[in-house]
Ligand binder design. Structure first.
Ligand code: CDP
Length: 244
């Protein structure tokens, strides 16, 4: 990937966005018929699919927890999803993303309602352009609602990056590659309120002031994504109602 001379020009980014603007988002609920809940989501050039199975009895039995459901989350990148072919199968990066995403969902899913069960969340990246973990969390959250899994709220995820010394919302690949820092966030949102931060990672360096600003910017972006998640879910349930 060639390095642009400047990433910010006249207050605009190389794809024409303002600093606080998200990439275009498209959400389709119930994308796969075999899963209990599913979602296809586009966030800029990211294309991801989430499939949820469960709650179902956990096997083998030794993985069962008598007090709550076990949550499993698998993030996977298709070999053709990136510029240079990605070797199939898990690697350090996908294991890390799966772990932090799982922990974020554990804070949101009401798992105590389903002892001895397992809830499986699979996310597949078909095309990646930075922020694929955030796109996957947004898709998984919608798929969980589609599967009817009780949650304390929606999980909504977006990153903020520092590029050319300024903060930008929802960085794409060039900004992720050539920027100075990058913070992916996931928020628990309930009733139009951000309740808590369920995921926060950090790559690079920011000052304390910049981190405070980044949280503000991420919250603004997350509220916009949350509205789109809600609309997509409502549309699906309304259509279902109309079709009997
Ligand atoms: O995708 P996300 O930003 O959550 O994770 P990352 O590790 O910061 O990766 C940023 C981007 O680098 C990905 O979205 C891909 O576009 C790209 N990437 C790649 O080209 N090849 C890989 N093996 C992994 C990531």
């Amino acid at each position: 990937m060639f390095k642009p001379e400047k990433l910010i020009f006249d207050g605009k980014r190389i794809d024409g966005r303002t600093l606080d603007q998200l990439r275009p988002i498209k959400i389709e609920v119930d994308f796969l018929k075999r899963a209990d809940g599913s979602c296809y989501l586009e966030m800029g050039k990211n294309r991801v699919v989430a499939a949820v199975y469960g709650p179902r009895e956990a096997y083998p039995r030794h993985i069962q927890d008598p007090t709550k459901a076990v949550i499993r989350y698998r993030y996977n990148m298709a070999p053709f999803s990136v510029e240079e072919r990605k070797r199939p199968g898990p690697d350090r990066r996908s294991v890390e993303i799966s772990k932090v995403s799982k922990e974020a969902f554990e804070a949101v899913i009401m798992k105590e309602l389903f002892p001895r069960s397992v809830i499986d969340i699979f996310v597949e990246v078909l095309q990646a352009d930075a922020g694929s973990r955030t796109a996957c969390i947004n898709a998984a959250s919608v798929a969980l609602v589609d599967a009817g899994i009780p949650m304390k709220g929606m999980l909504t995820s977006v990153a903020v990056a520092k590029v050319d010394g300024v903060l930008v919302l929802d960085p794409m690949k060039e900004e992720d590659n050539f920027g100075e820092a990058d913070i992916p966030f996931a928020f628990l949102i309930r009733g139009d309120r951000i309740e808590s931060i369920a995921l926060l990672q950090m790559d690079g360096r920011m000052t304390k002031e910049e981190i405070k600003e980044a949280i503000k910017l991420a919250k603004k972006g997350a509220m916009e994504i949350y509205q789109m998640q809600r609309e997509a879910i409502m549309k699906k349930f309304l259509e279902e109602g109309e079709n009997g």
